[in-house]
Design a protein around this ligand. Structure first.
Ligand SMILES: C[S@@+](CC[C@H](N)C(=O)[O-])C[C@H]1O[C@@H](n2cnc3c(N)ncnc32)[C@H](O)[C@@H]1O
Length: 214
């Protein structure tokens, strides 16, 4: 995952939520919030990877009872924004949240009951996605859940392909993200996980799924 170590979302951090809301009609956040009703109300430990500004972290932590939550992101600005949101909105939960500013490849081996990758796995090229996905699968507790929300282009529609290419160009210029196409998420999850629930938004551009180990 060496190429990803040079990526830097810090420049986008101050405007990320606003941009997402305006460009995708609020659906980037809505797609994540809809996942909450499928999560158990009590979870021992949670891992959020590439959590960004912490908007979803606050929703999740306010609704799910947990013992510990690990929040990893490679961008120091994203981590500091997420931390500030917690301090402002749910300060009583701060001691239970472990903020780690590091690349996902540095994630220490541990078992989690709930793993969350929302608009994060699209930051990897196919090979790196597969390596990380396998690592996460192995870290999932036997009855654990993996919430995956991301961009998709299942039927290879030309308008969606164009939009996704534009998004990757935007992230290449603004964040130095060296990825040009979406990894084949469905093929991997179909092979390695069992889908509990799945929902498409924005005419199939976004998909939110919940997986268990086979
Ligand atoms: C597109 S943003 C999504 C943020 C958040 N999950 C959301 O949906 O609003 C991707 C996030 O993943 C982080 N990220 C990208 N590549 C990473 C890597 N290799 N290791 C850790 N974090 C990474 C970025 O810093 C950024 O905050």
């Amino acid at each position: 995952m060496h190429k990803n170590q040079t990526i830097n979302f810090s420049f986008l951090a101050p405007v990320y939520d606003l941009l997402g809301t305006v460009c995708f009609l609020g659906k980037l956040h809505a797609s994540q919030k809809k996942q909450l009703k499928h999560f158990p109300k009590q979870v021992k430990n949670i891992l959020i990877l590439g959590g960004g500004t912490g908007k979803f972290l606050v929703d999740l932590a306010s609704q799910i009872d947990f013992e510990s939550l690990t929040y990893l992101d490679i961008s120091p600005k994203m981590i500091s924004q997420a931390r500030s949101k917690v301090i402002k909105e749910i300060p009583q939960l701060l001691p239970k949240i472990n903020f780690i500013c590091a690349p996902a490849s540095d994630l220490p081996d541990q078992t989690y009951e709930l793993i969350i990758t929302h608009y994060f796995m699209d930051c990897f090229q196919q090979k790196d996605f597969e390596l990380l996905a396998l690592k996460l699968r192995n870290m999932l507790a036997p009855n654990g859940l993996w919430s995956m929300v991301d961009f998709y282009n299942e039927s290879n529609s030309s308008s969606r392909s164009l939009l996704i290419r534009f998004l990757y160009l935007f992230f290449r210029v603004s964040c130095n993200l060296n990825v040009r196409k979406l990894p084949e998420f469905d093929a991997w999850f179909h092979r390695h996980m069992h889908c509990q629930h799945s929902q498409k938004l924005l005419n199939g551009l976004l998909k939110a799924s919940l997986y268990k180990k086979i």
